[in-house]
Design a protein around this ligand. Structure first.
Ligand SMILES: [Zn+2]
Length: 618
C-alpha cells in the first residue's frame, strides 16, 4: 500500500491556511496507518492521462518516439507560424504525428499574450491558426492559451473559432503547489474552455513526483493532463523533462491500463470528445491603405506602450547582434509631444530599431501585390541610418525583406524616405524601422507607410483619404475634404465630436434656402484627395450619417484635361435620427474620366452629420 492509495478515504477539502495544512499533514500520517483501500476503487472510476506538448519545438519529437514506444499518443499544441523555423517542427513532422495517431491542437499563430491584444487581433491569432492547421489536413478541436493567459473575451473567441475545448494551466494538485487542489479534472471538464491541469512539468520534477500525481489521481478517476514543453537532456530550460525520466514514467504507466486500475493514456480530443467543427474565417485585418494614406498606427509615437512604456504603443524594439541599445521616450519631438530615441552605447555587431509590431493587423500594415510603398520617418541622428523592411506571409510568419541604402546623419529634424521594391509574392503585410548600426543616437518621430503607386486604388480598398474625417485641415474642413454646392442657401459647417467612427464627424446645416444644395466632398484636386478611378468600373460609396431630412449622393467626374463636372446622382436616402449607413453603387465610370468626387447632399433646410466615408472599386 502506498501513501497515496491510503488517502483514498480522506474527504476532499480545501485548506487555505498554512497552519491547517500542517495539521492535515499530521492527520495524513495517521491515516496511512489505519485506512484500508477498497480494491476496486479505481476500477469504477477510470483515469485518463494526457501528455500535451506546447509550441511545436523540435525536441518534442523525442517525446513522440517515447510515446510510440509504449503504444501511446499525445496532443501537440502548435503555433502554425513557427512551423519550419529553426528549432521547430516541420510540416513533415506534423504529418508524421498525424500518421501515428497523435492529436494536433492549436496554440495561436504566433504565441502572443492574448488578453493584451484587441478582440479582433485575438480572433485572428486563434481562428487563423486553426484554419491553417485544418488546411494542412489536421482534425483540430483542442486549443491551449499561450502562457495560459486568457479572459472571458479570449474564451468566447476560442469557442467562436470552432474549438471544442481550451486549456488553462494550474488548479490541479502539483508536486510543489496547489496541494489542496483536486487531483484530476472532471470528465467532461466543468468548463471546457478553461480546463485544469497540474503546473507545467519542469526539470526538477522527479519520476516519483510524476508517479505520485497519477496514483493520487487514480483514487478519484477523471482526467490528468501533463503539460510538457521541452524533452531535453543537457542545457535545458526549466520547462523540460529528460528523455530518461519520461521513458521510465511511461514504462511505469503502461501496465496500469489493466482492468483493475484502468489508467489509460489518451489525447485531449479523445477525452473531451466532439466532432471537428468547420473552419471559421478570421476577422479581416484593415485593408491595404489607399494611395497616399499613411497606415502606421500611433505614427507620431504619442502613445506609450502598455507593456513597455519606453517603446511606443503598436511598436516593438527590434534588433540583433551584440550591442547595447537603449530605447527611450523623449520630448524632443518633431510633432506632438513625444519622439522615440535609441542610444547605442557599445557595439560588436548587429543593429537596433523600433518597428510596427509583428502582428496580424492590429499594428502592422497590410500590403497588396503589385503596389509600390514609400516608408518614411522624421529623424535626427549623429550616425548613418537606413530602413530595414520585414514582410509577413499568409500563415503569419514574419521575415526579413530588404533594406534601403544608407541615409546621412542629420542634426536637425529631417524626413527620411525610401520607395520599397514591389512586395515579394508571399507578402501580405509589412513592417519597417529606421535602423542604427553603430555607436550613436537616433531620434525618430512621425513614421509613414503609404501606397505611392500612380493610378487608381486597387479593387476592394477604400480609395478615400482621411475617410473618418479625423484629421483637421487648414481651411476649417477635414483635411482632404471641402464643402460644395450651388444655388441660394446658407450652409453652416461644424466639426463635431458626435462621431460614428473615431472622434470627429462633420455636421452640415442649411439654415435658410431658396434653391440649390450643399454637401461635403473629397476636395476636387488632381490625384491627391479626389480618388483616381478606372474607366468601366463601378464604385460602391458608403457613409455613416444621421439627418433630419432626405439626402442623396451627388457625383462629380474629372476628365483627362483636369476639368470637373457633374456626373450623376443616387435616389433619395431616408432621414435617420441615429447613425446609419448610406450605400450606393455607381454606374460604370464613363470613358474619359480620371477621378471622381462625391458627397451626401442636403437640398432643404435641415441638417446632416456624416462620418466614416468609403469608396471601393468593384
Ligand atoms: Zn506555449
Amino acid at each position: 500500500m502506498t501513501t497515496d492509495q491510503a488517502l483514498s478515504g480522506v474527504p476532499a477539502h480545501r485548506i487555505v491556511r498554512p497552519i491547517l495544512t500542517i495539521a492535515t499533514a499530521l492527520l495524513t500520517a495517521l491515516f496511512v496507518v489505519f485506512l484500508p483501500v477498497p480494491a476496486d476503487a479505481s476500477a469504477t472510476r477510470p483515469l485518463q492521462v494526457t501528455f500535451t506538448f506546447d509550441d511545436g519545438v523540435a525536441d518534442q519529437l523525442a517525446g513522440q518516439q517515447l510515446l510510440e514506444k509504449y503504444g501511446m499518443v499525445g496532443t501537440f499544441y502548435i503555433n502554425s507560424s513557427f512551423i519550419g523555423l529553426p528549432g521547430y517542427m516541420t510540416r513533415a513532422n506534423l504529418d508524421q504525428l498525424k500518421a501515428k495517431g497523435h492529436e494536433i491542437g492549436g496554440h495561436t499563430v504566433s504565441h502572443q499574450n492574448l488578453p493584451t491584444l484587441s478582440a479582433d487581433e485575438q480572433n485572428r491569432q486563434i481562428c487563423q491558426d486553426r484554419n491553417t492547421l485544418l488546411s494542412w489536413g489536421y482534425a483540430v478541436t483542442s486549443f491551449a492559451y499561450p502562457f495560459a493567459e486568457f479572459d472571458a473575451t479570449t474564451k468566447a473567441i476560442a469557442q467562436h473559432c470552432g474549438y471544442n475545448t481550451a486549456r488553462a494551466v494550474g488548479d490541479l494538485r502539483s508536486p510543489f503547489s496547489c496541494s489542496d487542489c483536486p487531483a484530476t479534472e472532471t470528465v467532461p471538464p466543468a468548463d471546457k474552455f478553461e480546463t485544469r491541469t497540474p503546473d507545467d512539468v519542469e526539470s526538477n520534477w522527479t519520476l516519483a513526483n510524476l508517479q505520485n500525481l497519477v496514483t493520487r489521481a487514480e483514487q478519484t478517476g477523471g482526467w490528468l493532463p501533463f503539460n510538457l514543453h521541452h524533452v531535453c537532456t543537457t542545457g535545458c530550460p526549466a520547462e523540460s523533462i529528460s528523455p530518461t525520466t519520461l521513458d521510465r514514467f511511461l514504462a511505469w504507466l503502461k501496465p496500469r491500463s489493466v482492468v483493475t486500475i484502468r489508467t489509460t493514456v489518451r489525447t485531449t480530443a479523445q477525452v473531451v470528445g466532439g466532432t471537428v467543427q468547420p473552419a471559421v474565417a478570421p476577422i479581416a485585418p484593415p485593408a491595404p491603405g489607399a494611395p497616399g494614406v499613411n497606415t502606421v498606427r500611433n505614427a507620431s509615437v504619442e502613445t506609450a506602450g502598455t507593456v513597455n512604456p519606453n517603446v511606443p504603443d503598436c511598436f516593438t524594439s527590434a534588433g540583433y547582434g551584440t550591442n547595447t541599445a537603449t530605447v527611450s521616450r523623449v520630448t524632443d519631438a518633431h510633432t506632438g509631444t513625444y519622439a522615440s530615441r535609441i542610444a547605442v552605447t557599445s557595439r560588436t555587431d548587429g543593429d537596433a530599431k523600433i518597428i510596427p509590431t509583428f502582428d496580424l493587423g492590429q499594428c502592422s500594415s497590410q500590403v497588396a501585390q503589385g503596389r509600390t510603398y514609400e516608408v518614411s520617418a522624421w529623424y535626427k541622428s549623429n550616425v548613418q541610418v537606413f530602413f530595414t523592411m520585414y514582410k509577413r506571409n499568409a500563415v503569419g510568419q514574419w521575415s526579413y525583406w530588404t533594406q534601403s541604402p544608407r541615409i546621412a546623419p542629420a542634426s536637425n529634424w529631417t524626413r527620411a524616405t525610401w520607395i520599397t521594391p514591389a512586395p515579394p509574392a508571399d507578402a501580405v503585410a509589412a513592417s519597417f524601422g529606421l535602423t542604427i548600426d553603430s555607436v550613436g543616437t537616433l531620434t525618430t518621430d512621425d513614421y509613414g507607410f503609404a501606397d505611392t503607386t500612380p493610378g487608381p486604388a486597387p479593387q476592394g480598398t477604400n480609395a478615400l483619404r482621411n475617410a473618418s474625417l479625423e484629421t483637421a485641415g487648414a481651411d476649417g474642413f477635414p483635411q482632404c475634404w471641402t464643402g460644395a454646392g450651388y444655388g441660394t442657401n446658407t450652409p453652416v459647417w461644424t466639426r463635431v465630436t458626435d462621431a460614428a467612427d473615431g472622434t470627429y464627424a462633420e455636421k452640415l446645416e442649411i439654415t435658410s434656402r431658396t434653391d440649390g444644395d450643399a454637401k461635403l466632398i473629397p476636395a476636387w484636386d488632381s490625384a491627391n484627395c479626389a480618388p483616381l478611378v478606372t474607366v468601366g468600373r463601378t464604385y460602391t460609396l458608403s457613409v455613416s450619417y444621421k439627418s433630419d431630412a432626405t439626402t442623396f449622393f451627388t457625383l462629380y467626374r474629372q476628365d483627362s484635361n483636369g476639368t470637373w463636372s457633374y456626373w450623376t446622382q443616387s435616389p433619395y436616402i431616408a432621414a435617420s435620427a441615429a447613425y446609419t449607413t448610406a450605400t450606393w453603387t455607381t454606374p460604370a465610370v464613363p470613358a474619359g474620366t480620371q477621378a471622381l468626387t462625391f458627397g451626401l447632399t442636403l437640398d432643404k433646410v435641415g441638417q446632416v452629420t456624416t462620418d466614416n466615408y468609403s469608396m471601393i472599386a468593384n
